[in-house]
Design a protein around this ligand. Sequence first.
Ligand SMILES: CC(C)(COP(=O)(O)OP(=O)(O)OC[C@H]1O[C@@H](n2cnc3c(N)ncnc32)[C@H](O)[C@@H]1OP(=O)(O)O)[C@@H](O)C(=O)NCCC(=O)NCCS
Length: 382
Amino acid sequence: MEAEIVQRFLESVGAKADIDLYLRLFRAQRKESFAILAPNAQIVKSALDPVHFDLRILAGLGLLPVVLLGLLEPKDADAQAARVAAWLVEDEVPCDVIRADVAVGPETIRAIGAAVARGAIPLVSLEACAAQTIDARFRLLATLATALETRKVVFLSRRAGLVLAAGPPPSVVSLATDTERLLAPGVLSRGQALLLRQVKQLLERVPHRLSATVVNPLALLRELFTVNGAGTLIRKGSRIETHSGWEGVDQARLRALFASAFGRTVGDGLFARKVSRTFVEESYRGAAVIEETPVAPYLTKFAVERQAQGEGLGGEIWSLVTRDYPAFFWRSRPENAITAWYAKQCDGLARFPAWHVFWRGLPIETIDPAVRAALSAPSDFD
Ligand SMILES: CC(C)(COP(=O)(O)OP(=O)(O)OC[C@H]1O[C@@H](n2cnc3c(N)ncnc32)[C@H](O)[C@@H]1OP(=O)(O)O)[C@@H](O)C(=O)NCCC(=O)NCCS
């Protein structure tokens, strides 16, 4: 497909800035690390059209996912691979069918590397592993993801994501905090509960950072190329450390995080001020800073590095801030994409042309001074 048509199509999926960001990120990785797509047999049988479309678009962008067939139902995986190949060949999308050996050993990995190097989508069949248990096949998936340093494993499903008994599918699941609740009887279907259990082990086995997504093929491109995503993103969960003031905080790393999140550099003024608590994700991918003011605690910075945004880290930090601070206030620019989310988190807000001011838990007599304090707080950016 012509590059320009592909680009135009993508821009109909999400904001141009997001798409450019994700394209840059994906293209900066090793080619074979981009993603593993695991469609279930039902999808190959009855919903191949959108999968095929997704693969054409991705190949048109030079992104070549490894398509893994037979992870859940390996019985006729060779036939599934042949079926996907037939469709791709018809549209002149290069692909190689690769029959994995029983251990997904070095030879299989080499064949995948060779396919990607020549610009072809590897269609990997697990039919040789049909006698193994599901558990064993997920271990093979971990072997494969480790060897390729895969960043994302995508489970293509007929459902929109992990479907709960009530409510829409969650957009993010953090295994550290959500597993127990989701695996309680009757919350997920048996099939999806099994998938969640396997994904948990997968993410624990793989030594590098890997996320998994359950998504319908119709929403795959939205999942890959927008901050909000689509489907359910499953991640391990983060370790967030709490510091008293700036104590033990690496200011250079925090500055780098703010620069990535805000696209602007913070000056020395921020670090010269007395703050009461800093929440920092262990790898400095996200942070929140609370400043003590005469009025009430003030959330002066809340940021997640650009490439990790939309993956739930902000929400995790937020829940720690609200756990430790029953009352605080903060502000944001009206045009900031996060402002609508803040409106859902606050007890009240006041809108001004330059800033929206939000609060939680403030007694009535503190609201007016808090709004005034937020409006007159200095800018921390150079
Ligand atoms: C604001 C910020 C810290 C949120 O962190 P995050 O890790 O992206 O947030 P999460 O993935 O946990 O998402 C939290 C919620 O915000 C929403 N959200 C996140 N980014 C969004 C965006 N660009 N547009 C719309 N909504 C967005 C998510 O959909 C989610 O809502 P939900 O719980 O209803 O599904 C992060 O986007 C950021 O650093 N932005 C730039 C810096 C900034 O503006 N900070 C705030 C200054 S006031």
